[in-house]
Design a protein. Sequence first.
Length: 364
Amino acid sequence: MEAVDNIETQLLTVNDVELAGTLLRVGDLVAIPTETVYGLGANGLAADAMDRIYEAKGRPSDNPLILHVCDQSMVHRLVQHITPLEQRLMDTFWPGPLTITFEKSALVPERATGGLSRVALRCPNHDVCREMIRIAGVPIAAPSANRSGRPSPTTAEAVLHDMKGRIHAIVDAGPCEIGVESTVVQVEDHTVIILRPGGVTKEMLEMVADHVIYDTALHDPTEAPKAPGMKYRHYAPDMPVQVLVGQSLTVAEYMKDIIDTIVQQEPMLQEDCKGKPRIGLLLSEETLENLNAVLPNFTLSVDIIVYGEQAEPISLANRLYDSLLQFNDVGVDTLIVEGCTPVGLGVAVMNRLEKASGGHVTLL
């Protein structure tokens, strides 16, 4: 096995799907595009290939992986059985951003499941991705293509930043459409349990199932999570993050108060040789308008990114990870993020922000 940080990483295009599929089949690591985020792909039936995922990401080995399939025909040999409700979910939402956990068959290595008895399967709504899987001829294990704990990449450039020298290839198919990971669900009897919120909302699932609930582990840190990406601090940029949720004017005024406090502390920080603090604000278009009206004149360096409209959570989801990575690039000391109402896709946005901030969420 090649040493991490010493692999020649090829940049491929959508015209290189044959090569990408072949690399995946023989056990190499390839960053693959999906409609949600870029995934770090490897042969999902080869434990040694999945070992390379954990090594490249620095991912804890008890964190399960999602296996990606090109169509429903790949599912049957990977699972013990398919219930009528699980079949309806596949028929309705595949291909798409829904991951379903099934009782795994003996064919699936425990390396793919983090030691759990269930395997997480998804059929992505991305033609290039599904074609690569078809050419590989095996399910592709693919967590997000970033170093463990950091924001997930939604562009090939972001993958290259984290993974150059650590993986064999990156297939550049442009920016991802959705911007947050898939919803992960488990079916028990006639109930759909949401283990991780994502691109398919609770309201969408309720059109197929009579009973849809959120897993209690989403809000209980003492309970063991059952879904990929939910066990450890995740989606986090390099600096401390504080999340504010409320009406846009209230959020703007609270941001002003935080900035005023930092301005008052600035002379003390400079005396301690920490230099002038730099603060980042990630907010909606509505809150920026209010902030411009209340923000004082000061010497503090503030970086502002508008990542969507508060009334449109899909716009916030689409630019969330890319914005967090931009703040990493400019090197802010503290990041204040405006969250959103946890309804529809806003549930997934807030789940990621809670993870990124380590639970530092203020409801205004």
